[in-house]
Design a protein around this ligand. Structure first.
Ligand code: GTP
Ligand code: MG
Length: 205
C-alpha cells in the first residue's frame, strides 16, 4: 500500500512535548535551507505537509510527522543560519542536541548536505557525532537536479572525503523537485527497519 496517511503530530521544542507513541523515528538533520522539509514532502507525496521556504530558517522547532502509523519523520531546525541571535542559536542547538541524545525511539539520523557544495565544519561535526552515537553513516545529498551529470562524481567524492566517509557509509543523491532517489530512499528505510527488527515495510512510493 502506498502511504495514505501522513500528518503532523506535534511541533515540539522540549522533551515533555515529544510524542509518546513508540513508532521508530527517522530524523532529518542538516544546514538551514539544505532541503529537509522539501524532502519530507517529496517522500510522502505531499506538497505542504512540512513548511518550506526559499529563505533559510523556516523550521524553528522540532516537527514530528506520522507516516501511516508505521514510522515518524522528524524535521529538525537547520543549523548554520547566520541571521539569528546568539541566544536563539544556542536555544536551537540545545533543542537539537537534547532530542538527538535523549530520544530512545530514534532509529536513524539522516544527514542532509547540498550536493553542490563542500560540507561545512558543522556538517563534519554532525556526521562524526552520528557515527559516534552508533547510528549508520548515511548522507543524503540534496538538490541533485542542480548538478550536471559530468560533475556529479567529483562532487560526491568531495563530500565523501570531507566527511571522512568509509566503505560502510552510504551516500544517496536526491532531488525533491525532480523526485530523484525516491525509490532508493524507501528501500533504505525498509532495510533499516529490517536490520533493527521492525516488521513494518513500505511500498516504493
Ligand atoms: P530550514 O527549515 O531553514 O532548516 O530549511 P530546510 O532544510 O527545511 O529547507 P527547505 O526544504 O525549506 O528548502 C529550502 C529551499 O531549497 C526551498 O526554496 C526549496 O524549494 C529548495 N529545494 C529543496 N529541495 C530542493 C531540490 O531537490 N532541488 C531544488 N532545485 N531546490 C530544492
Ligand atoms: Mg525546514
Amino acid at each position: 500500500m502506498k502511504i495514505s496517511n501522513t500528518d503532523i503530530i506535534i511541533s515540539a521544542a522540549w522533551k515533555d512535548q515529544w510524542p509518546e507513541d513508540k513508532t521508530p523515528e527517522f530524523a532529518f538533520a542538516g544546514r538551514s535551507n539544505v532541503g529537509k522539509s522539501s524532502l519530507i514532502n517529496m517522500l510522502t507525496n505531499r506538497t505542504k505537509l512540512a513548511r518550506t521556504a526559499s529563505r533559510p530558517g523556516k523550521t524553528r522547532i522540532i516537527n514530528f510527522y506520522d507516516i501511516d502509523g508505521k514510522i515518524k519523520f522528524v524535521d529538525l531546525p537547520g543549523y548554520g543560519f547566520a541571521r539569528v541571535s546568539k541566544a536563539e542559536k544556542n536555544k536551537w542547538s540545545k533543542m537539537i542536541e537534547t532530542y538527538l541524545s535523549e530520544r530512545e525511539i530514534l532509529l536513524q539520523v539522516l544527514l542532509l548536505v547540498d550536493l553542490r557544495h563542500q560540507p561545512t565544519s558543522d556538517d563534519i561535526m554532525m556526521f562524526d557525532w552520528i557515527k559516534e552515537m552508533g547510528f549508520n553513516g548515511i548522507v543524503i545529498a540534496t538538490k541533485a537536479d542542480k548538478v550536471k551529470k559530468s560533475v556529479l562524481p567529483k562532487n560526491i567524492n568531495r563530500i565523501k572525503k570531507t566527511l571522512n566517509m568509509t566503505e560502510d557509509d552510504f551516500l544517496l543523491p536526491i532531488s525533491s523537485t525532480k523526485k530523484i532517489g525516491k525509490y532508493k530512499f524507501w528501500d533504505m528505510i525498509n532495510q533499516l527497519l529490517e536490520v533493527n527488527g521492525f516488521e513494518q515495510r513500505f511500498e516504493r512510493q
